[in-house]
Ligand binder design. Structure first.
Ligand SMILES: *Cc1c(COP(=O)(O)O)cnc(C)c1O
Length: 438
């Protein structure tokens, strides 16, 4: 790896100073409040990947240029092996020979956030800390991130995780999962929306005075330690499709904060065989409006059935703009749709009755988009990204399909544990006070 130029990272707000990847991962957010991005995206020849490699092998090859020259580079293969302990199967659905589903919900908390959270935890465990005090990791979650991060850091010495989630706006099973860990994990139910939680975390992380009293880090999708590993399953799926069919694979990505979709777009920029990418949003239409030509206007989030996508101000939009600085080109490259709750319900019911395929509400937004494309006569290969297991959203899904769903074993274990979360008002002072007194 010594023959590879080290890749350095800077904030989306300025081209300097630059830092190595381990510094960017340890910090989460750049000191000026921007998001870390690489100086330039590397290019990778699809031929360098081992055709018989596992997902962890694909991840190691894919991420090597991003870690080149960094102290973590020598451990990258071990980190990937530790993070990618479950598969991301690409399944052809009976509905159409070119309709595929990339299932990202086979991890410990039954949503795709497990990939990023486990990779981030595996990196942070290996980074030297120059502070003997415990590290506090703050996570704002609209439902799934918190549990994935908690699971990844549970029982880890000298680390505590503080989760903020919007009270009453996550599913009952999600709330149980968030509160069931105990030990080094605290769950705070905030009297507000996800955007409030995210703003509180951002403000507190930027508070230099508090940082000197209490070492703080983040684990939101703004962390490169979560974003980069999410590229792996797109690369793995697209390469396997391309080896078999010789064509690029198109993706439809259920989208909220844009972390998952951006990972897909970055893989395409690296030179791997990915065709069109479509964003499927819920009723939060910030991205749909932008891609139909309106000025980018972040707004308050509205609550929907696909609650992990209830985002009115997608945090990775800054990285999207950095990746495609030419706005006209960006609007040509990408499409975004907004799918209403009634359509989500209808899509879940139709696919269960007609094809026996049970979708979570997030996955249903993407499936609805594909249904429309097929109606319009599109027969090209599309992979719908299945971001969560439907059993996590049983209160939405089960009444629509008229039967109860089997619960994956890891989720069942969590649901069997007692759970508790503390209430918190939706302001920065409340969070500062809580942190200083616990
Ligand atoms: C987080 C999440 C999303 C949205 O992903 P982003 O990276 O925030 O765009 C979609 N579906 C599920 C189930 C999620 O947990």
């Amino acid at each position: 790896m010594s023959d590879v130029e080290p890749l350095r990272y800077h904030s989306t707000h300025s081209a300097g100073p630059t830092v190595p990847i381990s510094r960017a991962i340890a910090a989460g957010l750049a000191p000026d409040g921007g998001l870390y991005v690489p100086e330039a995206l590397p290019s990778i020849d699809p031929a360098v990947f081992d055709p018989h490699g596992s997902l962890a092998d694909t991840a190691t090859t894919l991420l090597a240029p991003f870690f080149a020259g960094d102290p973590l580079a020598d451990e990258l293969a071990t980190i990937c092996a530790e993070a990618f302990t479950f598969d991301a199967p690409l399944r052809t659905l009976p509905a159409h020979p070119n309709t595929l589903m990339l299932e990202l919900f086979h991890g410990p908390t039954s949503a795709f956030k497990d990939f990023g959270a486990r990779f981030l935890a595996a990196c942070l465990r290996r980074l030297p800390r120059h502070d003997a005090r415990p590290l506090t990791i703050l996570v704002a979650t609209s439902g799934d991130t918190g549990a994935a991060v908690a699971a990844a850091f549970h029982h880890q010495p000298n680390v505590r995780v503080v989760i903020l989630y919007p009270d009453g706006l996550v599913s009952p099973r999600q709330a149980h999962q968030l509160g069931c860990f105990g030990d080094n994990i605290s769950a705070l139910r905030v009297a507000g929306r996800f955007d409030d939680c995210q703003r509180m975390v951002k403000t507190v992380l930027n508070d230099a005075t508090l940082q000197t009293q209490l070492p703080l880090s983040s684990a939101n999708s703004i962390s490169l330690g979560r974003l980069l590993p999410q590229m792996s399953y797109y690369a793995h799926a697209a390469l396997s499709w391309w080896r078999e069919h010789g064509t690029p694979l198109n993706f439809i990505v259920p989208t909220g904060n844009l972390g998952n979709a951006l990972a897909c777009l970055w893989v395409r920029e690296l030179g791997l065989p990915i065709g069109s990418v479509r964003l499927a949003c819920n009723a939060n239409a910030t991205l749909r409006d932008y891609f139909s030509g309106a000025v980018y206007t972040p707004r308050e989030a509205v609550a929907t059935l696909a609650n992990a996508m209830d985002v009115g101000a997608p945090s990775n939009f800054e990285r999207l703009r950095w990746t495609f600085p030419d706005e006209n080109r960006l609007r040509h490259l990408l499409h975004a749709d907004s799918v209403a709750d009634a359509t989500i319900r209808q899509t879940i019911a139709t696919h269960a009755h007609e094809h026996g395929e049970v979708l979570c509400p997030h996955t249903a937004t993407a499936m609805h988009r594909l249904d429309r494309l097929r109606d319009e006569g599109d027969s090209s290969p599309w992979a719908v990204i299945a971001t969560a297991h439907p059993a996590k959203f049983e209160s939405v899904v089960e009444p629509l399909i008229g039967r109860s769903l089997p619960v994956p074993p890891a989720l069942a274990t969590m649901l069997a544990r007692p759970a508790c979360a503390e209430p918190l008002s939706a302001n920065d002072t409340a969070l500062r006070t809580w942190l200083s007194s616990h």
